[in-house]
Design a protein around this ligand. Sequence first.
Ligand SMILES: C[S@@+](CC[C@H](N)C(=O)[O-])C[C@H]1O[C@@H](n2cnc3c(N)ncnc32)[C@H](O)[C@@H]1O
Length: 399
Amino acid sequence: MSNEDGSSRLEISNRNKELIREVFELEADGHKDAREIFKEEILGFLIQTDDGSFTLSSGERNDQSETLHSTFGARTEAFEKFVIPSKLLEKADTNNVIKVLDICSGIGYNVSALLDYLKDSDVEIEIDMVESSLETVATTLFIPDVCESHRYVKKAIETYLIERGCLHYNKVLSTIPDNVTINIHIGDARDFIKNCDDKEYDAVFLDPFSPAKSPELYTVDFFTRIKEFLTPTALILTYTAASPVRSAFVDAGLYVGEGPRFHRSGGTIASRTPDLIEVPLSFGDVKVISLSDVGIPFIDPFLTDDYLTIIERRQNQRRKSRCVTTFPSSNKLPRYLGLNPEDIEDEALCNKLNAYVQKMGFESINDERIINMLNIEPGLTSRDQILCLRENLRKLLKN
Ligand SMILES: C[S@@+](CC[C@H](N)C(=O)[O-])C[C@H]1O[C@@H](n2cnc3c(N)ncnc32)[C@H](O)[C@@H]1O
């Protein structure tokens, strides 16, 4: 499924986009009330989430769509998964300026939550919002206000759309505080990150659709580039706990840890500095990432491939590696490696797990060689555990 611009990015529905373009056309024709005319119809796309804030649905991919936010609370998710764990409130006490990269800014909830959170801080705030869909950004103007800060985001969007000739009337009644700069960038986040040279960020909010839908924004290559723009104390925050995302962070040279939980399970925090990771990954997760095919990350060497190419590349690598250079991820096998089979109550499962490893030449899931492989130095960071287990596995399967 391609978008009008020929790309395969997942964005809001085409009908939602069409309506926004009709608003643009009517304003261009001098209709001051174009936004009022289309308001009801555009509001029809909004889905109210459990905390009263709103979300939208994406277009379909493989007959499925995703919402832009957690339906358990879009605004709450912005605070819990991105803003609070970013530690920017503490940084606001010591820094003169705080710079944030908001990847996949959608309808600006992460940014408005951030501004709300920092509203009493005496600090300059500079935000780069990057979103591929102009129409999604424009839809923000129709979303009921969730807080004063959301009006600042709307004002920045309206100004941007007027400067770009898409809109023609100033209708958002708000003034962005002098200490806040919101820059809007419309385009693929990969192009933004490829072309920005002298940037430095104190936090990166990474909020694409799920890795299966938007793999281009979870690749080793994308994270490697982002890493260049992180201050030593910066954190990358994302809501997904998916193994290929975590292993891509590791391959990009970053330290990783558990992000806060909020309904959509888990989350991940990454940083250039190990001490900033407060909650390490569980050893079960580390085993899955380092020892099985599910830990194979997405790759996009030139930051240009479409989502299917990226998905298929990884699928091929998984197929080739399974039972050859990695354990299969089936039935969560890696989590059971090293356990005494007698401790697994489900006998059928236990037989299956043993059968997998027997195919690879081991006696059982607690084969002595497997136990030795799992025996790594205590106290390592999650990143170093992953690197160490991968190396142990490589040596084990070579013999
Ligand atoms: C989960 S939503 C983000 C919600 C948003 N953070 C907010 O606070 O409202 C994902 C967004 O990513 C955008 N998107 C999809 N692919 C993209 C890409 N390659 N580059 C930039 N944005 C992209 C979609 O249009 C969508 O608005």
